[in-house]
Design a protein around this ligand. Sequence first.
Ligand code: ZN
Ligand code: ZN
Length: 367
Amino acid sequence: MRAVVLRTPGQPARIEEVALSAPRDGELLVRIEAAGVCHSDYHYMTGDLTAPLPLVLGHEGAGIVEQVGDGGSGRVQVGDRVALLWRPRCGRCAACIAGNPVLCELGPVQAQSGGLPDGTSRLAQADGGELHHLMGVSCFAERVVVNENAAVVVPDGVPPEVAAIAACAVITGVGAVFHEVTEAAGRPLLVVGAGGVGLSSVMAAALVGAHPIVVADIDPAKLELARELGATHTVDVRQEDLVERVLALTGGAGVPWAIEAIGRAQTLEQSLACVAPGGTLIAVGLGAADAGFSVPLNQLVQRQKRVVGSLYGSSNPHLDLPRIFGLYLAGRLPIDRLLGDRLPLTEFEEAYRRLTSGAVGRGILVP
Ligand SMILES: [Zn+2]
Ligand SMILES: [Zn+2]
């Protein structure tokens, strides 16, 4: 089958013919129908984030189950449409038992091995050489083999491209609001960064009744979309000072919650400055592996500000994705508004060129 293979960070990834072996016990073979063009893959392409190489890119995918390995739970059947998850879930470790499978102890095994949660790969190069998965998924390919715990069945009526982005960008942004924000109705919320994740937070903030909803970005077109999705105020940070504007909008108090969906030191520091005493900065953007930002002790201690990280929307994906699909089907979470250009898999380079040049809407690759 054909897949997008990354061999050396900084060098272009290429479409290659690769081999995919059959699903083992508790695994699924899935034919990919749609894959999201997410910034996280770009971090691996540039080398900001590292993983065992060579690997097949893509972690935001949805497709149809074509084969079910032996020894599965029976929860997923041939012919089911599924959305793919990029965090493993063993169901037995302390994090899984506590209902926080995003921190499952198999996460580091999957990441460090470049394999599936058991640490082995179903991928191989055409000449038999080793080839790794990315985040247990690798969906910039015609097919994938994944652990069945990495698949959530998609209900009828949810298109594959919506399912694909729901399982990464959307659950990350929506989950940050559902799980890290409490009693937001009628209280202000700030979202910094209006990409797929940030706009998902905007939709969720509107759903739970946050008001006002302030959104900051450098791109007027993204801010326009943010307004359509529920932002009451937008800040073009190329024209205005974010902190001044947010303090002015909130009578000098600041916001109880700021969601930073970019992953840059400067915007994290500005976001923290926008948070009211006792409020919370929720960091969801990924940066380079060694990136950090500075937190003024005075704000942390004397203003009792909180800084929390939220991976995968602090969600429990097997519970939260069906919830998100239900809200989409009810018209309460217009995920399709986030969709951008649709391109064939062979044009993945063009898709990333558009992403990095600020295209509005989530690109979708179709094998
Ligand atoms: Zn993603
Ligand atoms: Zn676990």
